[in-house]
Design a protein around this ligand. Sequence first.
Ligand code: AMP
Length: 112
Amino acid sequence: MEDCLFCKIVAGDIPGEVVHTTERTVAFRDIDPKAPTHVLVVPRDHYANAAELAAADPQATAELVTTAAAVAAAEGYADYRIVFNTGAEAGQSVFHTHLHLLAGRPLTWPPG
Ligand code: AMP
């Protein structure tokens, strides 16, 4: 999709610190990390949010989660948090589905 930041990272048109790729996903480090490990896992195809992706492509949705687990394991973490911000009021600022993987520090609940 034109003018989508994460589509451009997936395509390699904008640099991203990619840590893992699969057939359907790309995982790269968040530019403004909120934990020692803060990785975004995105589908290669453009959908606005997690629910839209799940409705259209359940396999890719599952692959976001299995990719997050693989990245957490590779970085040495058994405990981690995964988050899908959905909608501006919930903190979503990039409208290409992305899973936040956060690990490496104690994570309190509830989040802000
Ligand atoms: P959200 O606010 O849930 O939509 O998450 C978007 C995330 O994208 C934020 O955590 C940003 O720090 C991150 N972000 C924005 N631009 C980039 C970029 N060029 N490379 C990596 N992460 C980015």
